[in-house]
Design a binder for this molecule. Structure first.
Ligand SMILES: Nc1ncnc2c1ncn2[C@@H]1O[C@H](COP(=O)(O)OP(=O)(O)OP(=O)(O)O)[C@@H](O)[C@H]1O
Ligand SMILES: [Mg+2]
Length: 401
């Protein structure tokens, strides 16, 4: 449709061209009407979308559309589709529900529960921008909820087509951008099992898909960075890094010059939690030292075990917080900023969808020259002029005789 452009302001006459800011909006993808582009990660564009059902029922969901250059890779598309199929079986209050998976020769997309809020990475950004920090009792609460999600998934029994049962779904990419916080105070983990490329890049820059290491380097366990076989303890390790960073307001992995975060993760530095003056601090420092041990055998055996220890610490240190407290914190500190940014995007998208204010149509220009300006002379004056001319003429005749 003429007059629409993507939010990036890049126009395409082909109609569905892709660019930095995703599709032209609004757009339709299967039964979903995409109306807001909320982000782009390493592999996909994320949209808010509506699905209209019978009797006027409209559901809001999130559509994660895998970048076309990745969706075209048969092997990667298979991997992602398999991960989404597995994740769609998980049903837990701390896990983002997968609702749909669709694939054709050009696109691959996943529709999932929409979490009205923000992700933990964005919360950390907002807090550091304001020079504020998340209270420790909320940090502890967030990680307890994250561990509940992991414990559920790690115990989940998957049955294949032949009836064989396999226990445990490993996330592989537990990181703040995959921890969603709703404005109601819920904590939900998304993107279960979604494969990641070696350095966050897939496509031209990747070594090969076979050589891919999954997960984000900043939250990677040493065994994952070394490319070893993974078990649930890799996810628990990542939850440990998140707790360490939330409590210390610092990054756990710090690269030296010439080093990547993968190198850091591989060499598994030991970093005790800095002293922050937390109540019963030695307890949480010991807990984190255990969670972040290089050798898996020295860590917590399961997410449930770490959750138990953390709950015990929270009770002992009086750092117990309810979802209500998290809700209040988000409402007071970040909801206005997030909602205002969203409102602006929606207004822009609506304005773009409406099209230009005035249609430019060919205008017929009247090329007839304007009538000449004629000074009107009164009849009396005309008679006087005629008589004068006649007298002059007669005089001239008489003189010439
Ligand atoms: N179900 C959801 N509800 C609400 N927001 C979501 C949902 N899923 C993702 N988002 C938002 O979209 C952002 C981008 O998600 P996406 O998974 O594509 O990238 P990422 O997590 O930032 O990076 P990566 O590709 O490395 O996982 C998330 O950080 C989150 O803010
Ligand atoms: Mg993600």
């Amino acid at each position: 449709m003429l007059g629409r452009s993507s939010l990036a302001g890049v126009e395409s006459f082909a109609g569905v061209k892709r660019r930095g800011a995703g599709r032209l909006l609004p757009a339709r993808l299967g039964e979903y009407e995409l109306f807001d582009h909320i982000g782009r990660g390493g592999m996909a564009d994320i949209y808010r979308a509506r699905k209209s059902g019978d009797f006027g029922v409209v559901r809001e969901v999130v559509v994660k559309e895998i970048l076309p250059e990745l969706a075209q890779s048969e092997r990667l598309a298979e991997l992602l589709a398999a991960a989404a199929r597995t994740a769609s079986k998980l049903e837990h209050t701390n896990v983002v529900r997968i609702e749909d998976l669709q694939r054709d020769d050009r696109t691959l997309f996943i529709a999932m529960e929409y979490v009205d809020g923000l992700d933990l990475r964005e919360l950390l950004r907002q807090c550091s921008r304001r020079g504020a920090w998340i209270p420790p009792e909320l940090s502890v609460r967030i990680v307890i909820e994250l561990l509940r999600a992991l414990d559920y998934a790690h115990r989940f029994e998957l049955q294949d087509a032949d009836g064989n049962v396999r226990v445990g779904v490993i996330h592989r990419d537990v990181s703040p951008s995959n921890v969603l916080l709703s404005f109601e105070g819920e904590v939900k983990l998304c993107d279960f099992g979604i494969a990641k490329s070696y350095d966050g890049e897939i496509g031209e820059h990747a070594t090969t898909i076979d050589g891919m290491v999954e997960g984000k380097a900043g939250y990677m366990s040493p065994e994952q960075a070394r490319g070893e076989a993974l078990d649930a303890r890799a996810d628990v390790f990542a939850a440990g890094i998140i707790l360490w960073e939330l409590l210390s307001a610092r990054k756990f992995y710090k690269a030296q010059a010439g080093e990547t975060l993968f190198d850091v993760a591989r060499r598994a530095p030991s970093r005790p939690l800095p002293e922050k003056g937390l109540p019963a601090e030695h307890v949480v420092r010991a807990l984190l030292a255990k969670a972040l041990s290089d050798r898996r055998e020295d860590r917590f055996g399961s997410a449930a075990e770490m959750q138990r220890e953390l709950e015990r610490y929270a009770a002992r240190a009086s750092l117990v917080a309810s979802p209500l407290k998290l809700r209040r914190f988000l409402q007071d500190n970040v909801a206005p900023v997030v909602l205002e940014a969203r409102r602006r995007r929606e207004l822009a998208a609506r304005a773009i969808a409406r099209g230009p204010i005035a249609e430019i149509e060919p205008v017929t220009i009247d090329t007839t020259p304007p009538p000449a300006i004629v000074r009107k002379t009164s009849p009396a004056w005309s008679a006087v002029v005629i008589v004068a001319l006649a007298l002059i003429l007669a005089g001239a005749i008489l003189l010439s005789r």
